[in-house]
Design a protein around this ligand. Structure first.
Ligand code: ATP
Length: 423
């Protein structure tokens, strides 16, 4: 339908990017479900029709009213979202007017101008993502491969389109790693040289220190980090990022040494066990563990830069203080009830972060607390106290706390014990 509408207007319509790549790779797979389709319109009279993509998307929406339309005026793009059934998920169709991008300075937000499909493909990250299939006549169904994408798909290479690519946009390093690991491809050696050059140039560090990165860049960087850290392949991807020294895009002192690598895996194991329903954001805690490797003053800066959520900022800000509190207070404990009372005020993510950075002994104590001691209950409840004739009120908490402490310390273990204990 979109192709027919474009044709009526004398435009060309192409399917581009990841959908083409995945379609071409799908011969290897049994089943392919496209959920994100990028379309590009061109072939118009340049100055008059820069809004072609938006016009086409609006026409589609009029004919498929169950699709939700959103328009991003700045980049002349429009997106249509279909909510499909819960099993298949939803379908996004992005429609853009073919455009070229200029980076006024490294890692800036690109400035955009309408252009031909070739130019549009040239602004993309990798050859395998710069393929297009024409959906309108003449030569409908033709594959446009200006940069050797097909060859790279066959030889399983992630190859960048031009030498400055990573200087313009560091998120492409993370994307290169993501695609390499996810698709089982290799990063082409020349591309790896460009990555090394971009990182060694120190450009990202300068931008960070000058607090200069465009907000859209940090948003994209965070999105890529999230993508990687929440994927099933986060371990090899993180290893590859570290091997490329690419964690330096976040902070020059961020190095994945053996200790940090162990810590991040330990936290992941804890989370899998203690939060099997994924109520916490596991990817975010992995990122926090990475950040905790930095000096306390740097932690907050990087967290603010990456626009991490408030609770994450708080955790990172208070971590050193909480570590100290827990360590000092645990040292004073002689009874189990005292240990439990020291740890009870802290939430699970804080305790996991503290534990992974502590001595073996403290780590074991926190683990026992999280898996066993925090689940122990007093043998009586508030209701029991009522039946026993205690007048309801704030003293209930005091009584129940005393009962719990006595249970933890092995002084009582049954309701009968509890009743005797209270007399
Ligand atoms: P995925 O299946 O992971 O979503 P994708 O290729 O569809 O992969 P998107 O992030 O949806 O990835 O991006 C769509 C297309 O936009 C890419 O195929 C690529 O051509 C282009 N693109 C995305 N991000 C960048 C970038 N930082 N620099 C250059 N081109 C990009």
């Amino acid at each position: 339908f979109a192709a027919k509408e474009a044709e009526k207007r004398g435009w060309h319509l192409y399917i581009v990017g990841g959908a083409v790549r995945d379609l071409l790779l799908s011969e290897e797979q049994e089943f392919l479900l496209l959920q994100d389709i990028d379309l590009v319109v061109d072939g118009f009279h340049r100055s008059a029709d820069v809004g072609a993509g938006v016009e086409l998307a609006s026409t589609l929406q009029e004919n498929f009213p169950n699709a939700r339309l959103s328009i991003h005026g700045e980049f002349q793009t429009a997106a249509l979202l279909w909510h499909k059934d819960p099993q298949l998920g939803s379908l996004w169709v992005d429609i853009a007017t073919s455009r070229t991008e200029f980076y006024p300075y490294p890692a800036a937000n690109p400035e955009v101008e309408a252009s031909s499909i070739r130019q549009d493909l040239y602004r993309r990250d990798f050859t395998i993502n710069a393929l297009a299939v024409r959906l309108t006549p003449p030569r409908k169904g033709e594959l446009l491969d200006f940069f050797g994408g097909m060859l790279d798909l066959r030889s399983r290479q992630i190859r960048v389109l031009h030498a400055n690519s990573f200087i313009e946009d560091p998120t492409r390093i993370y994307r290169a790693v993501r695609f390499a690991v996810r698709l089982g491809f290799e990063i082409d050696p020349q591309t790896e040289t460009y990555i090394n050059y971009a990182i060694e140039s120190g450009i990202y560090e300068r931008l960070r220190i000058e607090n200069h990165p465009a907000p859209a860049l940090t948003t994209r960087l965070k999105a890529e980090l999230k993508y990687i850290l929440e994927s099933y392949y986060w371990k090899p991807a993180l290893k590859l990022l570290a091997d490329l020294d690419a964690l330096k895009c976040l902070h020059s002192q961020l190095i994945l040494d053996d200790i940090l690598w162990w810590q991040i895996r330990y936290v992941s194991r804890c989370l899998r066990y203690l939060d099997p329903e994924n109520q916490l954001e596991h990817w975010l805690l992995r990122l926090e563990v990475l950040i905790t490797q930095l000096d306390p003053t740097e932690r907050s800066k990087i967290a603010v830069n990456l626009q991490l959520p408030k609770e994450s900022l708080e955790r990172l800000k208070k971590l050193s203080q909480i570590e100290l509190e827990i360590k000092q207070n645990l040292l004073k404990c002689t009874q189990l009830s005292e240990i439990v009372n020291v740890l009870r005020p802290y939430r699970l993510p804080n305790l996991i972060l503290v534990s992974v950075r502590s001595s073996c002994e403290i780590r074991r104590t926190i683990w026992e607390y999280l898996t066993k001691w925090s689940k122990i209950q007093a043998p009586l409840t508030g209701n029991d106290l009522k039946v026993m004739g205690y007048k309801p009120g704030p003293q209930y908490k005091t009584i129940l706390d005393r009962l719990l402490n006595a249970t933890l310390d092995g002084e009582i273990s049954s309701r009968d014990d509890a009743e005797v204990f209270l007399k």
